[in-house]
Design a protein around this ligand. Structure first.
Ligand SMILES: Cc1cc2nc3c(=O)[nH]c(=O)nc-3n(C[C@H](O)[C@H](O)[C@H](O)COP(=O)(O)OP(=O)(O)OC[C@H]3O[C@@H](n4cnc5c(N)ncnc54)[C@H](O)[C@@H]3O)c2cc1C
Length: 380
């Protein structure tokens, strides 16, 4: 145990930062989380997350939250339908997984965040606190300056601030690059009642229709919503090049229908009949491997450390595992700097392996000759 607790700041209240905070507090180590969002409900948290046993679920066990997670999770969400562009099932004989059997489980992002937030001591998260800069004080401590003008000094600053981390530049020169793959997101509210055809096509979990380097990916959440992603390779400025603004729903819809021309009507209906509003989600990744030289008083976890495309390992699960492991190291070493070193020694090779796997998945995905592999047959 640490005799005098160091002053620890976690930047970012995503799955990784909140898991780290929870495991620290559970072991009696004080921590403050600084989050850009103005409040827990300031922005929609997005769709559903698949968490597997070895990463996200293992972290939730370390956080003492597994039972609560299991009550919220949807093992049926692991059902995956893989179709081609004619809406023909590619693996009709693939066994429907018994709920829970494969060890994967889906949970809504918002519910996961709520579960983690509710487990923290009230006041742990300082909402509306955007980290602007860090000033090294020369003895491992850093002064953190926030957008609202206040500044504080910490013994350890943990960058859990996602893809565009403000902590990462203190440790490495790496910046995320566009992977060449874009997701365009839309969805269906109350799909079972308002969009029964789409609900039937997607089934209880997720559906992925793929052909000739393009895909339509649809995933259910616990509130009857279906989130739809049109995925393709192309310029990051594809909308601009097509002469449309993302805010012009019907113009974006027309461009997407044109891109997927020739696909089965049932699949095109997903593009045509969704509730509208399209969000552009170009995929970015950090170089592989992304490493840094140990620097007293600073470290990274989750996407800040190893942003990778969502084509293989579960990014949120990895972030949560990082958070739990870092917290465990901090509670298991007398010297916080030794703890961070031990964490980084395990993290960097683990992250490199996962990122290589994701990079291979990206290289194979959405290409005209992409190998057909059932998602449950993922290679490690
Ligand atoms: C389309 C898509 C689908 C995905 N599906 C899955 C899936 O099924 N399963 C899965 O496990 N992963 C999935 N992922 C990946 C997953 O979303 C990320 O890997 C995960 O959210 C990373 O968690 P994190 O805690 O590291 O960072 P984030 O979730 O990005 O959280 C970072 C937090 O830091 C805050 N922040 C940022 N900058 C600052 C600052 N300067 N000051 C203060 N706060 C700041 C942000 O507001 C945010 O709350 C998917 C990703 C994409 C793009």
């Amino acid at each position: 145990m640490i005799p005098t607790p160091p002053r620890i700041a976690i930047i970012g209240a995503g799955p990784g930062g909140l898991t780290c905070a929870r495991v620290l507090q559970r072991n009696g180590v004080p921590v403050t989380v600084f989050e850009h969002d103005a409040s827990a409900g300031a922005r929609p948290q997005g769709g559903t997350l698949e968490l597997d046993m070895t990463t996200g679920q293992a972290a939730l066990r370390a956080a003492g939250l597994y039972e609560e997670f299991a009550a919220l999770a949807r093992p049926a969400g692991q059902e995956v339908r893989l179709l081609d562009h004619t809406a023909t099932a590619l693996f009709p004989d693939a066994p429907t997984p018994t709920p829970g059997a494969a060890g994967h489980s889906e949970i809504d992002r918002g519910e996961l965040r709520r579960l983690l937030l509710d487990s923290l001591t009230p006041g742990t998260v300082r909402w509306g606190s955007y980290l602007r800069t860090l000033h090294p004080l020369g003895d491992g401590r850093h002064r953190a300056e926030f957008d609202d003008g206040h500044s504080e000094t910490f013994d350890l600053v943990i960058g859990a601030d996602g893809s565009w981390s403000r902590v990462r530049p203190m440790l490495s020169d790496a910046t995320p690059h566009y992977t060449g793959v874009t997701f365009v997101e839309s969805g269906f509210e109350d799909a079972g009642t308002r969009h029964p055809e789409a609900a039937r096509l997607v089934g209880a979990g997720s559906m992925r229709a793929e052909s000739a380097g393009k895909a339509l990916i649809a995933r259910r959440d616990s509130r009857g919503r279906i989130r739809l992603y049109a995925a393709f390779r192309g310029s990051q400025d594809w909308a601009l090049e097509a002469g449309v603004r993302m805010t012009d729903t019907e113009a974006v819809r027309a461009v997407l229908l044109d891109r997927f021309a020739g696909w089965d009507e049932r699949l095109l209906a997903l593009l045509r009949d969704n509730d509208g509003g399209f969000a552009h989600r170009p995929l970015f990744a950090l170089p592989v491997p992304h490493t840094w030289t140990h620097t007293p008083g600073l470290t990274l976890l989750g996407d800040a450390a190893h942003l990778m495309p969502p084509f293989a390992p579960p990014g949120a699960g990895l972030a949560m595992l990082d958070g739990a492991e870092l917290a465990r190291a901090l509670t298991g070493h007398r010297d916080p700097d030794e703890a961070v070193r031990a964490y980084e020694t395990a993290l960097l090779p683990r992250a490199a392996e996962a990122a290589e796997h994701a990079a291979r998945g990206l290289a194979e995905a959405l290409t005209p000759d992409a190998p057909l592999r059932h998602p449950r047959a993922r290679r490690r």
